[in-house]
Design a protein around this ligand. Sequence first.
Ligand SMILES: [Fe+2]
Length: 253
Amino acid sequence: MGDTKIVSEPILFISDVHCQYELINAQITHAESLTGTPVSDVIVLGDFGFFEPVLRKYFRRDKHVFQRPTRFIEGNHEDYHDLAVYADAYADCLIHLPRGTVTAIGGYRFLCLGGTAYMDAMMTPEAAEIHDMDIDRCLQRDALSIDIIITHDCPSGIGVPNTPGFEMYGEPGFPRSRELSDRFHPVFWVFGHHHKWFDTEQDGTRYLGLPESWNGYGLLYPGFEWRSVSHPIGKPLGFWEKFRKLFLGEQKL
Ligand SMILES: [Fe+2]
């Protein structure tokens, strides 16, 4: 017998877009070609690059649309000053999932927590930092109401290795993350930010880390079936993309 064929429509997880919005459709197209199945939804795990000039150019001026319904949590490279305003203004293009909210997608219940642990003032604008009130808001949720936690940063204490050159920030992960796993015992916890694949199991939870959007994505099928797809796009950057990456969106993490 061959491999079991998965026929249900998966949710596509992608992270760290850093203003290169076109990579989302590129990876959707790849996933649908690879699997022969439409993607039902897309979840961006932060560092989307939520900056109004880039949003306006991509969605309004050039009239692009995402091929599938797309939602995002925020990372540390977004415009936090106007996030709520522009999240509302561009809600016809993509949906923001605020911290501490629970959203149902594809039969799963997701607890959403954007932001990161503090690194430095450049890498972590004050509003990007995960604060106690964010954790407390999450902890108010019913203990049995969550299947999957989605975060930009990783939880601490699960063995995510540091990125070379970032050792000065200490062990990867954000404070009090353990309180979330202890309360909710999620089946999955999926994150980005660290720009590398990661997959481990601890105390009944599978922790999955995604690389940058241009290096791959994850697919989640019914029954907690996960598939990591490495797909480097390696797209050369034009002038404005370099400008965006340098000044609007991309640092290393
Ligand atoms: Fe990040």
